[in-house]
Design a protein around this ligand. Sequence first.
Ligand SMILES: NC(=O)c1ccc[n+]([C@@H]2O[C@H](COP(=O)([O-])OP(=O)(O)OC[C@H]3O[C@@H](n4cnc5c(N)ncnc54)[C@H](OP(=O)(O)O)[C@@H]3O)[C@@H](O)[C@H]2O)c1
Length: 344
Amino acid sequence: MDLPHTLPDEAALDELMTRPRAALVAFVQTLHSPLVILGAGGKMGPTLAVLARRAADAAGRALDVIAVSRFSDAGARAWLEAQGVRTLSCDLMDRDAVARLPDAQNVIYLVGMKFGTTDNPALTWAINTLAPAHTAQRYAQARIVALSTGNVYPLAPVEGGGSREGNPLTPLGEYANSAVARERIFEHFSRRQGTPVALMRLSYAVDLRYGVLVDIALKVYRGEPVDVTTGYMPYIWQGDANEMIIRSLALAASPPAAFNLTGPAPLSTREVALRLGDLMGRPVTLVGKEADTAFLSNTARLQAQLGAPPTPLEPILRWTAAWIASGGRLLDKPTHFEVRDGAY
Ligand SMILES: NC(=O)c1ccc[n+]([C@@H]2O[C@H](COP(=O)([O-])OP(=O)(O)OC[C@H]3O[C@@H](n4cnc5c(N)ncnc54)[C@H](OP(=O)(O)O)[C@@H]3O)[C@@H](O)[C@H]2O)c1
């Protein structure tokens, strides 16, 4: 891959993250317009939508990319529009509003609620079940790629090769169980209506504005201790995750197909903290001891379909270290990767 040595600003970061590879350009040639992206105003949606836009442009395909969200972040909406993505404001909890969304044969579903679950578990359950039901009924005839999370599995033994898609979905905590419910609602409608669905169990997309690497880098930069009890974490460059999410439209099936979406090998919290310390010229304080379980996913099934995500760890670490050291913009959305009891 032709990766830049530095990513000096958000324009450079977004350009890299939304640069389509040949496999995606070829894939979008198969898509009928429009491509509807639901929950597009969050951390992943904007770059995902613009990646699809740029891939369609590169393919010479007249594909309308429609980003749907409540757009509580007006900046995300303005940026999407400036990049040629149409935006529609819609609260997916409002069934009548969902009924008015444009027809589409291809839908990507990014809506979810995680943080704040401990304070308001009922809202988490409502968002993670009602919005999927409204979506699945509105888009009964479409292919749907629905985001899920690696948190649907319980902690797995570090030496065990990671949770596989057929494992029991018996996680701890209300957020993770509501994420199982999100999958089950899509599955229910898929079975009842024949709607093709792909459930993508994503683990830790990394961007320079948020993510597990940013969380570790901030601790190192500020001289705070890094707890290595969560000793290993799956991660994937967000640009790679976005590309695989779009291409997963081809994997949608009824009953749904589930895929673990992450990098081929987890990162070591200890090794990453030490490397980031090197890169930022900061001493590193490690506390705790690696537990023998972690949230780990086996990615063999998805890799067999789409190949491995191409962006290696070392440049991401280099970009992250420089971003944090230079005060690059952050979303201030910590991952809470240290949480092991499911309470978010
Ligand atoms: N990022 C990761 O590392 C990661 C890891 C594992 C799983 N995932 C899964 O991947 C999905 C996308 O990730 P993300 O990081 O982009 O999530 P995110 O930042 O939470 O974005 C989802 C967006 O959905 C929108 N939304 C929420 N409720 C809505 C409603 N009622 N109607 C319309 N839009 C609504 C929100 O934007 P508005 O305020 O604009 O409505 C929210 O920002 C999530 O659902 C999550 O489960 C992500």
